[in-house]
Design a protein around this ligand. Structure first.
Ligand SMILES: [Zn+2]
Length: 192
């Protein structure tokens, strides 16, 4: 996930491709570029337990545990990443975590947990993903301007329809559409 209004396009799932690439390149000097956390950091536990309880209410059972840790992230303006290697793990940017509200922390972790535990991408409906690349954003922009189509994946008030929006959603949107976000994040979930 990225800071709001971020224009960079690194997503959790891109790390799958990075992982495959690194695995295929026969360079003994290349080290796996992820932190290898072994547990769920205490700071993340309250939100993690809340997520698992909500998942249960949505009749989801997970068979594995994704580890969660805190370290500065150096991928552009990324503030959280779910790594899909043999084990799944979540890295949260320490600087962002230490300087943002409890609501922003919950949104950030729910987003990353949904990547890791549900295999979700930045989608807002089945086969519908948010525009992320420069080209996708331009195409969407011209469709909205020239064809008068509605910006896909957003409600009329401008709030994203999913917590899986690539940039972190605002506290105002989270408050306004709270119940819908908490239900939507478990849709199309492929339980880990
Ligand atoms: Zn994401």
């Amino acid at each position: 996930m990225f800071k709001n209004s971020d224009k960079l396009f690194i997503t959790g799932w891109l790390f799958i491709l990075l992982g495959i690439f690194l695995a295929l390149v026969p360079s003994p000097g290349i080290v796996k570029d992820h932190p290898d956390f072994h547990s769920i950091d205490t700071k993340a536990k309250p939100i993690y337990y809340k997520y698992i309880a909500l998942a249960k209410r949505n009749h989801l059972v997970f068979h594995h545990t994704a580890t969660i840790g805190f370290q500065p992230l150096h991928y552009g303006n990324a503030i959280g990443v779910c790594y899909y290697f043999a084990n799944r793990e979540i890295q949260v940017d320490t600087g962002y975590w230490d300087n943002h509200s409890d609501t922003q922390k919950e949104i950030l972790l729910f987003h990353e947990l949904t990547h890791c535990y549900c295999g979700r991408e930045h989608d807002w409906a089945k086969d519908k993903k948010y525009a992320e690349t420069y080209t996708e954003k331009k195409i969407e922009f011209f469709k909205v301007i020239l064809l008068g189509t509605k910006k896909p994946g957003y409600w009329l008030d401008g709030c994203p329809m999913s917590i899986m929006h690539p940039s972190i959603i605002s506290d105002e949107c989270y408050e306004t559409h709270h119940i819908r976000y908490l239900k939507e994040m478990f849709e199309r979930c492929e339980a880990y």
